[in-house]
Design a protein around this ligand. Structure first.
Ligand code: HEM
Length: 407
């Protein structure tokens, strides 16, 4: 086996350039070994994506450069092709830079500041307790599946309550978000989900316009930038956008964090002894197992050259955030979970014009969920280590986190 090869599960060697990041599950270390091997070949290397030839950028410096090169890698193109047909037009898929900025400024402050601070202490923590109450009521001594009972529900409930949406369909949001994200694979199901979602949203938006409340929808209706305001239809699209972008990513990152902690009993012990370490554990978890391990970009509609590599028009280029986050040129001993590591260089939330406006909310979700779990549940052990390994690349998460109290 050469330095650039990786081992298959049967022990034989394979060329990492054959890896298909859309079709292969790449559980646990399989993804990280593949990205390390690709980085040893070159910071941008060939690979496959959904059966098609593609390129993957795995080096930290190269990825920073690629995030900044919006001419070679227009940041809206993938979203226009894969999100807009079902979600509707929102700033994520707007090609014009000025318009993207105005709409981003209109739609995101409500997620950053006042609304979150207001919601944080009372709402967020109470919601985490509510979910743990339900787990303990169902099975006082366990076992529990922290994916089904917590990570797949918490972020969706948070967004619903932050927005001030009625709760009766709260459990439908995860399914709607997943269907919207799978537009390319199953367009009819995505359109059907968008329709149901809109039927649920429309009367609420109309009611908030008549009678504003202390919630994010009312703030979105009142927001004004450069004399522009959001129409009801635009607000509906932005809300449809927030569930897949905010819910699925937070679901994945919470699952990945819990998987890291539960598979390291000494780390679980340290966090129990000193919960003030939780924010550092969250940062390191986000670096080591980021939910958007690979972010697909559709490159320019003309041939471009990047780092001496010629890319054809409309090439799929995968921004391997998980590769950059473990680049040994930037992170010493990069595969190690290290609570004392500074987190500023991690690219988990992207960089540049599209950097994540929900990062603060996501971090608070993870911290509060972790704190409440440590406070309410006894020492836990994994029952099924295989299902707990994060899998997939574009949205990476464990399939299940089946746990019981340590005996
Ligand atoms: C741990 C959780 C999260 C991760 C890892 C994450 C990651 C990212 C990344 C990497 C980008 C850049 C995408 C690009 O360059 O194409 C992004 C953008 C975005 N994120 Fe997040 N995100 C998270 C949570 C959230 C939350 C909670 C929300 C909202 C409630 C959110 C809303 C968005 C939106 C709307 C964009 C597009 C920004 C734009 O087009 O200007 N994200 N996120």
């Amino acid at each position: 086996m050469t330095a650039a090869e990786v081992r298959r599960t049967d022990g034989s060697a394979r060329d990492p350039r054959d890896c298909d990041f859309a079709l292969e599950p790449l559980p646990g270390d399989a993804l990280h070994e593949t990205l390390h091997a690709l980085r040893r070949i070159a910071p941008i290397a060939p690979c496959r994506f959904g059966g098609q030839p593609a390129f993957v950028i795995t080096g930290h410096a190269a990825l920073l450069e690629a995030f900044a090169d919006v001419d070679a890698f227009p940041p809206h193109r993938m979203y226009r092709a894969s999100f807009e047909p079902a979600i509707g037009e929102s700033f994520i898929s707007m090609p014009e830079r000025e318009r993207h900025l105005v709409y981003r400024r209109l739609a995101t402050p409500a997620f950053r500041s006042r609304a979150i601070t207001r919601f944080e202490e009372a709402g967020l923590r109470a919601l985490a307790h509510e979910l743990v109450d339900a787990m303990l009521e169902r099975a006082p001594q366990g076992p529990w599946d922290l994916v089904a009972e917590l990570t797949a529900r918490f972020p969706y409930k948070v967004i619903t309550r932050l927005l001030g949406l009625p709760r009766e369909r709260e459990d439908a949001f995860h399914a709607w978000a997943l269907a919207l994200l799978r537009f390319r694979e199953e367009p009819d199901a995505a359109r059907a989900a968008a329709k149901e979602f809109t039927a649920y949203l429309r009367p609420v938006v109309a009611a908030r316009r008549r009678e504003p409340r202390e919630d994010v929808i009312s703030e979105l209706l009142a927001a004004e930038v450069d004399g522009r305001r959001l129409s009801d239809t635009e607000i509906e699209s932005h809300i449809r956008l927030l569930f897949p972008t905010g819910g699925e990513t937070t679901h994945g990152s919470l699952g990945n964090l819990l998987s890291l902690v539960l598979s390291r009993p000494e780390l679980q012990e340290r966090l129990r002894e000193d919960p003030s370490l939780v924010p550092a554990a969250v940062e390191e978890g986000l670096r080591l197992e980021t939910p958007i391990a690979v972010l697909p970009r559709l490159a320019a509609s003309r041939p471009v050259r990047f780092r001496d590599v010629d890319l054809p028009a409309d090439a799929w280029v995968l921004f391997a955030i998980a590769g950059a986050n473990r680049d040994p040129a930037v992170f010493a001993d990069p595969d190690r979970f290290d609570l004392s590591r500074p987190s500023r260089d991690a690219l988990t939330f992207g960089r540049g014009v599209k950097s994540c406006p929900g990062a603060h909310l996501a971090r608070r979700n993870l911290q509060v969920a972790m704190e409440v779990l440590l406070e309410r549940l006894p020492r836990l052990e994994l029952i099924d280590a295989e299902a707990a390994r994060p899998r997939q690349s574009v949205l990476r998460a464990p399939a299940a986190l089946r746990v019981r109290p340590v005996r």
